[in-house]
Write a protein that binds this ligand. Sequence first.
Ligand code: HEC
Length: 134
Amino acid sequence: MKKRYLAPFVLSALFFAACGGGDKAAQTTSETEHAADNSMVSPNANKPLTKGQELMAQSDCKTCHKEEMKLVGPSFKDIAGKYPNNDENVDKLADKIIKGGSGNWGEVAMLPHTNVSKDDAKEMVKYILSLSAN
Ligand code: HEC
């Protein structure tokens, strides 16, 4: 009778021992994966990133924007399709990122990014407008 109840305990003890041993290895892999996560701005993480891409990766853009797909905000490709890549649009959209706004793509507003400098915002816009498929 006693033996039958003991078996699951012995098994689970082995199970935990096995898990404990694997912990360290699992942790180091997830750290490296995290460091290389550029999935929002680049489908190919091995490509060197432009300055604008890096800045966007460090900011919150990816919570609302993706390159190809509409999320909360328009996709970067749609933005690139709407605005020709010239100085005037780069300047205008950089201001838009800093001040926020709504009404161009729908009723949902983009929050202001007052911590982003004008130069950094311009780098981001230059990257976004470079995505134009047309
Ligand atoms: C809270 C969600 C959210 C975040 C975060 C966000 N956006 Fe937006 N973004 C939007 C929405 C919504 C719009 C559409 C606004 C409109 O209709 O005018 C938009 C529009 C834009 C536009 C087009 C503006 C226009 O006038 O057509 C650009 C460029 C842009 N976002 C870049 C960025 C960048 C770069 C970041 C990161 C620094 C960022 N967004 C972060 C939601 C967001």
